[in-house]
Each structure stands twice: as C-alpha cells, then as structure tokens.
Design a protein around this ligand. Structure first.
Ligand code: 6PG
Length: 460
C-alpha cells in the first residue's frame, strides 16, 4: 500500500521527524543517499507506518498522489542535488517541503523552479533540535499555499503545543516567509544564548562561582520570569560532569556557527533595523573563534583582577532582572526585523501567530511569549506590559552592564540591549551632529527643526 508522505534525508532531524510522523498514524516512507543508514534505521524503528522503498524510483512511485515529500537535508549542495534528481520524477500537483535551515532567497528560487513543473514548494522552519523533531517541533511553514494545505494535517499533528494546547504550526505567508521567520528565530536564539553565557561569565569571573553553584542560581530562575527552554538547557550544561570534572571546563571557548545568525544580521543591516544584541551575539562568536589572538593579547593587555562590590545575593537579583529585560529586547529586535521584512517582501506574516507558534517546541520558547502574544505591537516597547518591565528592570540591567564594564568583562548582548533601550528612550539623539558633519564635508544636506525642506549650509 502506498505511503501518505515521503521523507528524504536520514540525518538526526530527518530520523526524528519521520518517527514523529509515523507515531501520529501517517504512513511515511523514507529515503537516504546511503542505503546502509536506511537499512539500519528501518531495522531499529521500522513498522507498518514507517517503511523504506527498495530504491529511489520505488520511493517516488510508492507515494500517494499528489505526492507529499519532505526534504530534511543540509541546506546547499545536498538539497540542490536531491531537487535535481527528484524534479524529473514528480508530477503536476505534487508538493515538496524543505525542512532545513535554508536561506529564504533560495527557498523563493526553489519555489519558482518547481512551480515551472507544476510542483508546489513549502519552505518550513523546523525548530527544537532532535527532541523537538521527535516529540513536537515548532513549525514555520511558508511558500505555496497549495503545499501548505496539502501538508497541514500532518504538520498540525506532529507539532508541539502552545500555552493553550494548540499546535505550534501556522502558515507564515508566501515566498520565503517560513524560512525568514525561522532565520529571525535563530537570530533571537543567538542573543538569548549569548546573554546567558554572559551571565555565567559574570558569576564565575566576579564571584569565582563553580559551575555547580551557577547551576543552582539558574535553577532558581527557572521558576520565575526567566522560565524558558534555554534556561533548562543551561542548567543541564552547567551540571554535566565527565570523569569527575565539569564538562564545561573541558570545552574549548570557541563558538561555532552554521550561519543563520549572520543571515539575520545581514538582513537587519540591509533593511536598516537596529539589532545590536542579535548582531553582537554573532560578533561574540566570531571573536571567540580568535582563540590564538586572545591568548597572545591577554598577558600583553593585562586584564585587571575582578572585585565584587555587591553581595552575591544582590548581584544575582540584578542579573535575573537584567536578563528578563534583555529577553524583551531580543524579541523586540527580532519582531522589528520581521515588521521591516513585511514592508520589504510583503509576505503576509501573521505576527501574533508567530508569537504563539514560538510558545512550544522551539529553542526560544519562554514565558515572556505569553505577554508578547497577548499584547503584540510592531515595536514591542510600545506595549504596556513592556513599558512596565522596562521601568521596573532597566536600572538592574544598567547595574549589570556598569559592573561588567568596571571589571573588564565583555558583554556583547547585554550591553547591546541596554543601548537599544536607552536609544529608544531618547527623544533627542546626537544625530544632528552627524548631519552637521555630513553636510560640512560632503554637502549631504539636513532637515531643520524650524523650517520644512532640505538645507545645506556654508559652514566656514
Ligand atoms: C533550532 C535551532 C537549530 C540549530 C541551528 C543553529 O531551532 O532547532 O536553531 O536550527 O541550533 O542550526 O545552529 P548554529 O548555532 O550552528 O548557527
């Protein structure tokens, strides 16, 4: 009997997603470039809902018409290769979904290319890592509406649940909308991770806390306003021991990156949206990778010794509030980028739905998304709940940034959030000075407060 859906690519995410689909009672057939992987996988997990075909032709032929095929491949060459192989075998009306972290522009190109053959293409952001893919990811599909309708029952069944028990999946709009939303999700993810890393750095550097002690502080935060998936993960990472040692102490301090944070920042720059924390987090990873240079400069530039001026209890209370406000800033920056992208690309983003779909399954899921969803505004700082939070927590964030600065501890994300907030609180910025300089040396012109129009002055 034919399968309801086909899945290509048995990497970590593909393996987990196929099992999730099968567990919901959909017949799924899988294919992988290396047959050994498929054989091993089917031996372990195969059942009447989870099968594999003999070869690629049988895989394509064995799917119900119009076909539904999910690609779970690394973006770039592997996806291109499979699309080239797949396209001649597909028929008018078939639907293909790409669940990788693909660049939205490429998704749009694929959508066009496939539509020439009458094949509908859905670019879907899938968040939640292996566990999410297996037990319920957050799903951000976008592109062909026909493809969305075709995949919808399956995606709704396999997704995580939001705070009210609804599926964390919704149509994100046309073109590359789905992958765009996932890209911004990852930009926020970078800032969230960096802010937590900075909190860890402050606690270990100023208070000489051991990882186990920092884990205790993070554990207390889990129950409060900072409640989030990444805090849970942080506790596990801080606690992990290997051969009697904290594993964190054995990990080299060079952060990797696959590129989604950089894409977010490139888009923010292209659209003129300030995302200092999101972009700062990317820079932090880049600078961390310069381990040799840091190691060479550290003794030459003589890092000062840290001294604690606040009690640990007071400092920790400031830090919790600072991180809570920083989180609001990360989401504000991310949603501001989505708003600008809507003006630029006209995807039809369902902004309020995005705040709902991120409530379960994904890496940035957190308690704050309840308020963001309930009181969404294009710039989140405009919302009453946000203003309350800013007035309540801003001094704490300032104390943390000031302390870090006095102790020579770099804060790429937390200081970015403070600057972002402070700038939005200023009706007057020194941009008049920039305009004066631009006009003085380049005759670029400026607007005046007292008259309409564009002016140029003879400055000499
Ligand atoms: C998710 C994650 C996932 C992954 C990214 C980021 O939502 O499940 O964002 O997509 O963590 O690949 O990886 P990098 O940190 O390597 O950019």
């Amino acid at each position: 009997m034919s399968s309801t859906i086909g899945l290509i690519g048995l990497g970590t995410m593909g393996k987990a997603l196929a099992r999730n689909i099968a567990s919901k009672g959909f017949k799924v057939s899988v294919w992988n470039r290396t047959p050994e992987t498929t054989t091993e996988y089917i031996l372990k997990y195969g059942n009447e809902f989870l099968t594999a075909a003999e070869n690629f032709e049988a895989f394509v032929e064995g799917l119900q018409l119009p076909r539904k095929i999910v690609l779970m491949l690394p973006d770039g060459a592997p996806t291109e290769e499979i699309l080239r192989k797949l396209l001649p075998a597909l028929d008018d009306g078939d639907c293909v979904m790409d669940g990788a972290n693909a660049l939205f522009r490429l998704t749009e190109l694929h959508q066009k290319q496939l539509l020439e053959k009458g094949v509908h293409f859905l670019g879907t952001g899938v968040s939640g890592g292996e566990e999410g893919a297996l037990h319920g990811p957050s799903l951000m599909p976008g592109g062909s509406h026909e493809a969305w309708q075709s995949f919808e029952p399956i995606l709704m069944a396999i997704a995580a649940e939001d705070f009210n028990g609804k599926a964390c999946a919704a149509y994100m709009g046309g073109g590359g909308a789905g992958h765009y939303v996932k890209m911004v999700h990852n930009g926020i993810e970078y800032a969230e991770m960096q802010a937590l890393a900075e909190a860890y750095d402050l606690l270990r550097s100023i208070y000489q806390l051991k990882n186990e002690e920092i884990a205790q502080i993070f554990t207390q935060w889990k129950e409060g306003p900072l409640e989030s998936f990444l805090i849970d993960m942080a506790v596990e990472v801080l606690k992990k021991q290997e051969e009697g040692k904290s594993l964190l102490e054995l990990i080299v301090d060079k952060a990797g990156q696959k590129g989604t944070g950089t894409w977010t920042s490139q888009e923010a720059l292209a659209l003129g949206v300030p995302t200092p924390s999101l972009t700062g987090a990317v820079f932090a990873r880049s600078l961390s990778a310069e381990k040799d240079t840091r190691t060479r400069l550290a003794p030459l530039l003589k890092t000062p010794k840290t001294v604690a001026s606040l009690t640990l209890t007071d400092f920790t209370a400031h830090l919790e509030k600072a991180l809570t406000l920083a989180r609001l800033s990360h989401f504000t920056q991310g949603f501001a980028l989505l708003q600008a992208a809507e003006t630029e690309h006209h995807y039809g983003f369902p902004f309020v739905e995005i705040a709902r779909v991120w409530q379960g399954g994904c890496i940035i899921r957190c308690a704050l998304l309840k308020d963001i969803h309930a009181h969404y505004t294009p710039l989140l700082y405009d919302a009453a709940f946000a203003q309350e939070l800013i007035l309540e927590n801003l001094q704490n964030l300032r104390t943390i940034v000031a302390t870090a600065s006095s102790q020579a501890i770099p804060l790429f994300a937390l200081s970015g959030s403070l600057t972002h907030l402070d700038a939005y609180r200023r009706a007057e910025l020194p941009a008049n000075f920039i305009q004066g300089l631009r006009d003085r040396f380049g005759a670029h012109g400026f607007e005046r407060k007292d008259k309409e129009g564009t002016f140029h002055s003879d400055w000499k």
